[in-house]
Design a protein around this ligand. Structure first.
Ligand code: FBP
Length: 262
């Protein structure tokens, strides 16, 4: 069994991670559809929904806001991240240490690796340090495995996504978060390559309820262990309502129709 595979951030081996690092990765533009979500308190409130197994944030958001939610929310410390202002080859600054994340209350770490980037070697070496420190502190390890860079023409082909999940297994992630590769068959292949480690689907830009829940249903049927989602939840007018539907699909094996009706 993968160490930490059933960790604080899973329920019955399934995860619904609410990602809220967009203010760094994309900037304030991501809060425009639902301006209240510029306030981290609003998103931590959303994160108290029963469906959410962890909220993933950067250091400043965790330090400033997590203390008010530590009884109701499991913290996933997103250790690296870079703004959209950076125009170079994909890379990600390591913004906090595992030791500091533990002090703030984290029960898992998240780390982006851009396989295929000219910076892949240093990113993987940074991941190694974080992964080993996480093991020492008994934290779950989630890899945002997003191949990209000048040599990569299409980052979401089935073979690239299967390679992404395999990178997570090979490098010691408990859970690897990947973009949906476009079909249940391709997702199934990617899940197989992760062997006993877990795979969660990345939410992506906002789509309508039917399309989004259908993609999540397909990913679950293909063997995925859940979802790590940001915009498809917090950009909605009613984030709690889509979380009700996601809870039904991910944890209760509901159909899309059933999930739309909850
Ligand atoms: P979404 O569900 O909104 O796609 O969020 C998932 C996520 O991985 C975030 O954690 C991160 O901020 C963002 O996507 C990165 O997106 P990009 O693919 O543009 O780098």
């Amino acid at each position: 069994m993968i160490p930490g595979a059933d960790s604080a951030i899973t329920r019955n081996e399934k995860s619904l991670i609410l990602a809220y690092d967009h203010g760094l990765e994309h900037g304030p533009v991501d809060f425009e559809p639902n301006p209240a979500t510029a306030d981290p308190d609003r998103v931590f409130e959303i994160g108290t929904h029963d469906a959410v197994t962890a909220v993933a944030v950067q250091k400043g958001i965790a330090e400033g806001y997590y203390p008010s939610y530590e009884d109701d929310v499991t913290l996933l410390a997103k250790l690296n991240g870079t703004s959209n202002l950076w125009m170079g080859e994909p890379n990600s600054a390591v913004n906090w240490t595992v030791e500091n994340a533990v002090e703030v209350g984290a029960e898992a770490i998240g780390f982006t690796v851009y396989g295929g980037s000219n910076h892949e070697i240093e990113m993987v070496e940074e991941f190694r340090d974080a992964q080993e420190a996480a093991r020492e502190h008994d934290l779950g390890v989630v890899m945002w495995s997003y191949p990209r860079g000048q040599g990569l023409k299409n980052a979401t082909t089935p073979s690239t996504i299967a390679y992404s999940t395999r990178l997570g297994l090979e490098l010691g992630a408990d859970i690897t978060k990947v973009k949906y590769p476009g079909s249940p068959e391709a997702m199934s292949h990617a899940v197989t390559q992760a062997a006993d480690s877990k795979v969660v689907m990345s939410g992506g830009s906002k789509t309508d309820d039917q399309d989004f829940l259908t993609t999540v249903r397909n990913a679950m049927d293909a063997g995925a262990n859940g979802l790590a989602v940001g915009r498809n939840v917090f950009q909605r007018d009613n984030p709690e309502q889509i979380l009700d539907g996601l809870e039904a699909v991910i944890f209760e094996d509901a159909s899309v129709k059933e999930a739309l009706d909850v």
